[in-house]
Design a protein around this ligand. Structure first.
Ligand code: DX5
Ligand code: ZN
Length: 214
């Protein structure tokens, strides 16, 4: 069964704990989109907010850093060994420093790339990460349309990871109408924001995603 990672970017920020609990029964992990207003033209939340929620929730966290300085800020996350911190290969900090900084937190390391970045940019790091997150929209906002070019990129990464225990996470624009194609291409973890949080019946929407992927 594919893993579902609800993205709290589409939740009601005035009650993030309740919003996270509303999807927890069918979630494999919770996806937190950290944005700095520089790497992407949007601002969300950072370590103080994520850490406060980390203390109140049992599910693994997947922290998606859409920020220029991931090596500088990774140490500020109080994470568990079951969590993953994902940085962007296009960020300003040198990749080696970022990977080392994330490792020191105790979390697993993930790397992500924008839809226009050649996948060759992440291949040199496949032995050092446990997750590759393929963006299927331009990072920055929820509710955008899935970019179909992501499917070939997922397939290429699924071939390139051969033999390594790397999860492929796919993030952006996924709903019950396209999730089957994403899973068939090689996606292991499906991030969904608006498809879950905009639904009146969120657990029903999550079940619909699981069924559509079968
Ligand atoms: C976009 C974020 C995504 C976003 C996905 O920059 O990385 O995690 O929340 O939202 P949907 O599923 O609505 O495209
Ligand atoms: Zn994300």
């Amino acid at each position: 069964m594919m893993k579902l990672a609800p993205s709290l970017l589409s939740a009601d920020f005035s009650c993030l704990l309740d919003e996270a609990l509303s999807v927890a029964p069918l979630a494999s992990r919770l996806h937190w989109d950290v944005m700095d207003g520089h790497f992407v033209p949007n601002l969300t939340f950072g370590p103080p907010v994520v850490n406060a929620l980390r203390r109140r929730l049992a599910l693994p966290f997947e922290i998606h850093l859409m920020i220029d300085r991931p090596a500088e800020y990774a140490p500020q996350f109080d994470v568990l060994p079951s969590d993953t911190i994902i940085f962007h290969v296009e960020a300003l900090d040198p990749v080696d420093r970022t990977i080392a900084a994330i490792r020191r937190t105790g979390a697993a390391v993930g790397v992500s790339l924008r839809p226009g970045t050649p996948i060759e940019r992440v291949l040199p790091f496949l032995d050092e990460v446990s997750t590759v997150l393929v963006m299927s929209v331009e990072p920055g906002f929820g509710g955008q349309a899935f970019l179909p070019g992501a499917l070939d990129r997922i397939r290429a990464l699924a071939r390139a990871r051969a033999g390594r225990g790397i999860s492929i996470v796919v993030d952006g624009g996924i709903h019950a109408g396209n999730v089957a194609g994403v899973v068939a291409a090689g996606g292991d973890v499906i991030v969904a924001g608006s498809a879950i949080f905009a639904a009146a019946d969120r657990l029903g929407a999550m079940r619909a995603l699981q069924e559509a992927a079968r």
